[in-house]
Design a protein. Structure first.
Length: 380
């Protein structure tokens, strides 16, 4: 088995500092350092493609550019990289979403992956005209995925659900291949939806023991549905030639968090309805102390950023060991990012991936090996 690695397209802006925001909070001023132009995002995407990342996650929300439009444009500047497009089911009809996915597959040569985001913040959802509460949003997501999957199977769909209704729905052209569906959520109803409809369950970067509990929970629910899911994890990375260099970079980022920004972001995130977000907040408690919550797992990012708030920090060897630790639990896919995203893609791609390849647990998607220029770990 070869592990799969994805990178991240920072459509909320990029910087040598952490770009905060998300989960109902606005992007911080650092997001203006490197605006998310198609040219810059394409530069990141091409680097990820060359280094051996399979796909790139593109976020959704009021804090960033639209994921569908942005990836459609960036796809024209890449050849192989897939795009893990985050989108919210309540904002578009299931028939139109199925059609959009089918079009994306044809126009990009089958390079679409879908990250279904139910939406954990009611106040942000209402700004888009969605007034359902959280549990109803998940129920709607289930109906949405049921319709979309049947359409992708070539069926004509008639469904009168609690939240969605379609009659005589069908696609003139089916997607080839059918996009894989990624999904995350820590609430009981999120687990039910994952077990029934998704291909890959994503968790944020919690300590291994908590991740193991999540995997066991979802596996049990999926078994009741006679289904088998894959598992992925969303993390930031700070990897350098030595551990001291990596932690110095983490501390540099931490020094860039002014107290008022931390206070403002934490106050906003404390109102989050997302159980996953509350689990992230519990890892650091809003404090700058004790941020290494497991060897090489740092919770500092979560002081100013919603959603994924932890980073793997250490030497290339240490980060590789932590990846193997998560893989031993059943994690097969890693969705990674780092500030700034262009440079950190190279640090990881040239520092960590060759070590995993040498151990036979990762293969470059093209030809099964790293390109010649990436054979020697990056020491820049």
């Amino acid at each position: 088995m070869s592990l799969t690695f994805h990178w991240f397209l920072p459509t909320n802006g990029d910087s040598r500092h952490v770009v905060g925001g998300g989960h109902g909070t606005p992007a911080t001023a650092s997001g203006r350092d490197r605006p998310p132009t198609v040219a810059y995002l394409s530069q990141i995407a091409r680097a990820a493609e060359d280094l051996g990342f399979v796909g790139a996650l593109t976020p959704t929300g009021a804090w960033c550019e639209d994921a569908w439009l942005t990836t459609a444009m960036v796809s024209q500047h890449t050849e192989r990289l897939k795009f893990l497009v985050a989108f919210r089911p309540g904002f578009v009809s299931p028939t139109l979403a199925a059609q959009m996915a089918s079009t994306f597959q044809r126009q990009t040569g089958g390079r679409l992956l879908l990250n279904v985001v139910t939406g954990g913040e009611s106040h942000e959802q209402r700004a888009y005209g969605d007034f359902l509460d959280k549990d109803d949003r998940y129920r709607r997501t289930g109906e949405f995925l049921e319709i979309v999957r049947e359409l992708w199977d070539g069926k004509t769909v008639d469904l009168a659900g609690e939240h969605l209704r379609v009659e005589d729905a069908k696609l003139a052209r089916l997607p080839e291949p059918v996009p894989e569906v990624y999904f995350g959520g820590s609430s009981p109803i999120a687990g039910e939806i994952a077990a029934k409809y998704v291909d890959v369950y994503l968790t944020w970067g919690e300590p291994p023991a908590q991740v193991a509990d999540k995997i066991a929970w979802i596996r049990g629910l999926a078994a009741k549905e006679r289904r088998t899911l894959r598992f992925g994890i969303r993390l930031h990375v700070i990897t350098r030639d030595t551990s001291a260099e990596a932690w110095a970079e983490a501390n540099r980022l931490l020094d860039g968090f002014d107290a008022e920004t931390v206070k403002s972001v934490q106050a906003g995130l404390a109102r989050s309805e997302s159980e996953g977000q509350q689990r992230m907040l519990a890892l650091h408690g809003g404090s700058r102390d004790g941020l290494e919550i497991h060897p090489n797992l740092w919770a500092g990012i979560g002081l100013v950023r919603g959603g994924a708030g932890t980073a793997l920090v250490g030497s290339h060897e240490e980060v590789a060991e932590r990846i193997k630790e998560y893989a031993a639990l059943g994690i097969e896919e890693f969705v990674l990012s780092g500030y700034p995203h262009l440079e950190e893609a190279y640090w990881f791609g040239e520092g960590v991936l060759p070590r995993l390849a040498a151990e036979g647990i990762w293969r470059h998607p093209v030809g099964g090996q790293l390109p010649a220029e990436a054979q020697v770990p990056f020491a820049g």
